[in-house]
Ligand binder design. Sequence first.
Ligand code: HEM
Length: 384
Amino acid sequence: PYPLYAELRRTPVARQEDGSYVVSTYREIADLLHDPHLSSDVRNLSHPMPGAADHGTPSFINVDPPEHDRLRRLAMRHFGPPHTPGLVTGLDPDLTRTVGSLIDDFAGKERIDVVDDFAYPFPVTVICHLLGVPREDEPRFRLWVNDIIDAIAYDPKTDPKEVLEKGVQARKDLRDYLGGLLEQRHGKPGDDLLTGMANDDGPDGRMTDEEIVATANLLLIAGHETTVNLITNGMLTLLRHPEVLQRLRDDPDLVVPLVEELLRYEPPVHIIPWRAAYSDITVADTVIPKGSQIMLMLASGSRDPGHFHEPDRFDPDRRDNEHLGFGSGIHLCFGGPLARRETQIALTELVRRLDHPRLVTDPPPYRRSPILRGPIHLPVEQGT
Ligand code: HEM
């Protein structure tokens, strides 16, 4: 039940020793996510995360309007609007096929690892396909993405410096690779995202190659570990709630509210650490001075008893589930419809095809990151 968050919520807006602020209650987090006086521009941060530093063109998750809105709109034209499934609905057959072939590979095995055998390879395959990355390059992609994500989770107290160096190199390799791919797409027909962005002369003008590469990079990184963790947290939660697992097997439509409840109850993103105050901001009677760094504790907000009835209960029948799993406001997750559909299909098929799945260890080992939460391995036994 996350006792630390319950403790934090006693002081909704708390100043840290280093001068940054932690906000942990639902109302205050939601208000701040919609406040134009908050900046997402990493250049405004007093305590930037060393592993997340990228010296190339910043992508739209880390810039403010009007630049943010222009780039997000340009990318969105090829990805589908956020609340309508857009392009995503048409993907169902592809997603189902990819999920099916991954499960075929371990269907008969006594023991599988939901992370390595399934949740990790799945989203990279999907995003490579959407971007238009040739299939044979996918393994290189996975290595780069892993190194970049490890660097983002870098902890100076325990990790060797090489983790950061590998992250910087992987970002460079990935940018060079995408740049090369993009060169071949100019003036060519094609329905993939890179080709679409390269040849778009819409009302907002054309994106520069650097902007397209930064956007492609963002889609890869923002959409990877997060989706892995939602699928893995989902399987773990189902195995801990066998009655819900059985209900899902009997009624696959349950998966829609179930994934929303997962985004509230076991969200992959626990904290948005990169906001800064453009001016003095008053929240819950506390003045956050201009220039302060602000950490928004999304996962704590989604467990706030001031907003959710019995928040520590996993309840797929919950109504009006306005969780903070995808954030809110202008930076609301761009890939939400895709991540939802990927996870819905993944969980439905895992539950349908695994034979009496059982957890091997509970709790499983977790990724060591205060921001992203999910197991690094989830061993599961099956068969009677
Ligand atoms: C933004 C969560 C999957 C692309 C965000 C934000 C959150 C989030 C909390 C807000 C960040 C902020 O306000 O600073 C998640 C979770 C996912 C997921 C939990 C999976 C379960 C994806 C996928 C993609 C994606 C699959 C792309 C294919 C993005 C982008 C942004 C974003 C581009 C930045 C939006 C903007 O700045 O306007 N995501 N995400 N995400 N997400 Fe996701």
